[in-house]
Ligand binder design. Structure first.
Ligand code: SF4
Length: 330
């Protein structure tokens, strides 16, 4: 768990059109070690999916612009990789499980063939029989009987379809698996099974997982570390204990997001609503981006950069932490 696999440094991303500029990511920093499961938590529009898409270099071609920053995979900047290099990295080293299994599969191709195509793409020297064996091995891993490889997506239930998506995502043993709300479209009983399966795979292959979610129950059960996003920034991050421990100081947004911050043994499954709305990303406020909703807002919060305060593994971007922790200068 000590090797830094992915590191994001000061990443700024904008969506630029003739009419407007959407400030989607405004200088985020985090890293994931091999085998670590990290949660990216926040409201819709906070920048979670943009973060995932930028790691895979799948931002909209004409509007998505990386303005600044680095995305380092074992020290190599993915933002400088060629399209061919990225093609090789996607699926083989980093892969993604999308939210909706219903739309992620090709309805007219048997599932075994869809898994086999990914394997063949990244292992050009593998013979047909070897690919078939690997497909069966992966289907077994995700709990689908191998004989079902000839069936089409419509012959599977929602939970089984999501298993197929996971099979495709892990077909080449990626080092990093990005899962964007992987269980949102599934009913509750299947959710637990799918998450348990991802967790088993993580343990078996030491795969790092970046889990995008708004479900704090899942975070408490599944993740080692948490980053909380608001208006394109990470406003608090740390280990699971750092974020869920009541007795520690927290960012006012985190406090609102968690309702009352639950302990690990007494976690909550639903978020409490926070009054007001996230600011318009085309017109972000100066100073702290949360200041329009913050019950502790001070004059200094309305102007200038808010420093990030660091205490061990715990980081909080808020003036309230002044004097309680060291200024991380981020
Ligand atoms: Fe609230 Fe100020 Fe902290 Fe922002 S910096 S969260 S406005 S106290």
């Amino acid at each position: 768990m000590n090797e830094k696999l992915l590191e994001i440094k000061d990443l700024h991303i904008q969506y630029v059109t003739d009419e407007e500029v959407v400030y989607a990511l405004n200088g985020i920093n985090f890293s994931i070690r091999r085998g670590e499961a990290m949660a990216l938590v926040g409201e819709t529009g906070a920048g979670k999916t943009t973060t995932a898409m930028s790691i895979l270099r799948l931002l909209p071609k004409y509007t998505g612009k990386v303005k600044q920053g680095e995305i380092l995979l074992e020290g190599t900047d993915l933002l400088k990789a060629t399209d061919k290099e990225m093609q090789d990295i996607r699926g083989r080293r980093i892969s993604m499980i999308f939210q909706d299994p219903m739309t992620s599969l090709n309805p007219v191709i048997p599932i075994g063939k869809q898994i086999g195509e990914v394997i063949a793409l990244h292992h050009k020297k593998m013979g047909k029989a070897e690919v078939e064996n690997k497909v069966e091995e992966i289907l077994n891993l995700v709990g689908i009987p191998a004989h079902r490889k000839v069936e089409y997506p419509h012959q599977f239930s929602g939970g089984m379809k999501q298993r197929v998506i996971i099979a495709i995502a892990i077909a080449c043993n990626p080092e990093l698996l990005i899962a964007d709300e992987p269980t949102t479209a599934l009913d509750v009983t299947i959710q637990a099974q799918v998450l348990k399966m991802i967790n088993n795979l993580r343990k078996e292959f030491n795969t790092a997982v970046l889990l995008i979610t708004h479900d704090l129950g899942i975070v408490a059960n599944f993740c080692d570390s948490v980053a909380i996003m608001y208006a394109g920034e990470i406003i608090e991050q740390g280990t699971l204990e750092d974020i869920f421990d009541h007795s520690r100081g927290h960012h006012p947004y985190t406090v609102g997001l968690f309702g009352s911050i639950p302990s690990i043994s007494d976690h909550k499954d639903r978020l409490s609503p926070i009054p007001g709305l996230m600011p318009d990303p085309t017109d972000l406020p100066k100073g702290c981006k949360f200041h329009t909703r913050c019950p502790h807002c001070m004059e200094k919060c309305k102007e200038g950069e808010v420093p990030t305060f660091v205490q061990g593994t715990h980081q909080i971007k808020c003036h309230l932490m002044q004097g309680q922790a060291t200024d991380g200068g981020v």
